[in-house]
Design a binder for this molecule. Structure first.
Ligand code: TMP
Length: 254
């Protein structure tokens, strides 16, 4: 059964499409192979990425759910789709950093690879047209995107996710350099709860091999480092969730 034909399209992003789910309050999240970088200036296709990110995000969201982090993930439906809870998305990208890389390195003039004295949480307004500008909690409360209590909860959850995932990735020889999360709100028994949404995958994490410092994430695409598909496959392989090679083909080639 193909949800993309039967279901109403709610939203199409660069790497994912959201469709109306089978029950009220649910959505189907479809993972594409499309990739973009540098605020959409660079576009391309990473073959098999959608299948791999669907699996990787399922795995990580499930593990996080097991330690009590509320997530939107319900179940994987097929190779490229997962069923998620519909949440009211907070328009803020939450970035957690353990090691200096990417925009922090550029902005502060600190060499990539410098270990931070403690993990840093940053907020960015989720608006691609504006280049996702960095904002402070003052902007977030002043513009009414989230309350001070919600910001506290988001910070606490982001650091908890960081602690857990840092250990999980270290166990498979990968250093979690930084990553981006998105949160939403959901009514739960008369209580408005903060829920982890979106995806967690090599698209929105920096993962470096512990021994060689080789980049195993979307930076291989962003910086034209080559062997992009192989890096995503290697992350899935190390997590023990590498799907069969045939399933990585785009649907048009099956
Ligand atoms: P940055 O160094 O470009 O600010 O990115 C930090 C981390 O957050 C990196 O793992 C990529 C991720 N990220 C996204 O996935 N999407 C975004 O829009 C932003 C700003 C960061």
């Amino acid at each position: 059964m193909n949800f993309r034909i039967r279901r109403r399209r709610i939203f199409e992003g660069k790497a994912k499409v959201l469709f109306e789910g089978p029950e009220p309050g649910t959505l189907v999240q479809y993972f594409k192979d499309d990739a973009s970088a540098n605020n959409d200036q660079k576009r391309g296709v990473i073959r098999g990425k959608g299948v791999l990110n669907n699996r990787i995000s399922e795995y990580l969201m499930t593990r996080l759910g097991e330690i009590g982090v509320p997530t939107h993930f319900m179940k994987r439906l097929n190779m490229r789709e997962q069923l998620v809870r519909q949440v009211e998305i907070i328009p803020v990208k939450v970035v957690v950093r353990n090691v200096v890389a990417g925009s922090l390195s550029k902005r502060m003039g600190i060499p990539e690879g410098t270990v931070l004295p403690r993990s840093i949480v940053e907020f960015y307004f989720n608006k691609d047209e504006l280049g996702n500008p960095m904002v402070s909690d003052e902007h977030i409360t002043a513009f009414g995107w989230a309350s001070p209590q919600e910001i506290d909860e988001i910070m606490a959850l982001a650091l908890r996710v960081n602690d857990y995932l840092s250990g999980l990735f270290l166990g498979i020889g990968l250093r979690l350099v930084d990553f981006k999360l998105q949160f939403g709100r959901l009514w739960d028994n008369d209580e408005l709860r903060i829920i982890l949404a979106d995806e967690i995958s090599p698209d929105n994490c920096r993962l470096w091999d512990v021994k060689t410092n080789e980049k195993m994430d979307k930076d291989r695409f962003r910086c034209d480092l080559g062997r992009v598909e192989e890096a995503y496959q290697e992350v899935a392989r190390r997590l023990g969730i590498m799907p069969e090679a045939a399933s990585l083909k785009p649907e048009s080639e099956k």
